[in-house]
Design a protein around this ligand. Sequence first.
Ligand code: SF4
Length: 391
Amino acid sequence: MPKQNIYQLDERELIDQVAQWGFTREAGAAIWRCLHRDAPGSIQQVLGVPAALVQRLDEAYEITPVVADGQIGASHEGVLKYLLRLTDGVQIETVLLWYGRRRSGCISTQVGCACGCPFCATGQTGYVRDLTRGEIVGQVMFLQRELHAVGEALTNVVLMGMGEPLLNYTNTIGAIRRIVDRRGLALAERRVTLSTVGVVPGIDRLAREPLSVKLAVSLHAASDELRDRLVPLNRKYPLDALFRSIGDYVALTGRRVLLEWVMIDGVNDTREQAEELAYRAQGLHVHLNAIRLNETPGNKWRPSSVERIDAFTAILDEYGVPHTLRQSRGASVAAGCGQLRGSRQGVRTTPDQSAFAGSRASEDPVLDEGRVSLDVPSGTAGEAHVEDPQI
Ligand code: SF4
């Protein structure tokens, strides 16, 4: 019988299993603590319980995902992208970003994606399957293990990797609960960001969850005509419905929503788009994060010029819509959605202290405040891997 991913179990299931094997419930609790605090790389590395129990555990469970053959090395840009292999052999991308004191994991929630955003590499590969709760948590623990190895720890998690999190709602929310659970990874809820392209029923449902995580919506266009092309899911959940949902979310939670906008030359950086956006966003508790499109092979679009971005944001200023032009990082490590999985090339490295030391907070005052993103999205059309998109 194939081994199961141990992170798929919840605490009670694990303790019950250990008790069924004839060991104490305290031993089960000790395993749980070790799994989430120490992030062991294998079952054999579980400490603090009898060797016979570790052996029994090892016969039934494994720790996944594991690194596959395409890890891309650390760069001066503070990005390390991993290709991870799941139990059934499929591969996903997980990204570690660091800047200043932040150590952020950009996590995938699906293998591939059905949304088909035209400038997203994952969107071009199609949907394969949802990730389980355990596979989502397993990615986080993988990054935690990498960081522990150099005396560091994750500070933020962004669900902006491959896939649309709200189309894998149950497993995504289950994983978030584990990430913020005091008996799990114990990350503060405000340090977790979920990014969606606008699955309205999912946003409505999320608003009612007792979770104070941040919500980011990849908007990219303010007219249905254009957004239908850039974010095909807009045909199902058009802008009126999306902004109604965002407004309800703000009213119910009191939390600001982040709007992500990849600046594409001559496409969505026009005066008309800026005015339409300002009209829709005016008075809403939202903040727009603009980012220049990353140039990727085969992409017919180009990033907006600085002049066009300035003109665009000047209109937002006129209407009082808060915004930030975010830093773009990661192109040198192909840290865009699906790029690594597509290319399967790279230099195998692990993070080290010198890499972290190279990410100086003083290099960019915008990044100091946590407004960090990469270029191409895994999870949001156009803007990949936001370290912490909240300001
Ligand atoms: S941008 Fe996100 S939602 Fe769109 S295809 Fe890519 S992964 Fe899917």
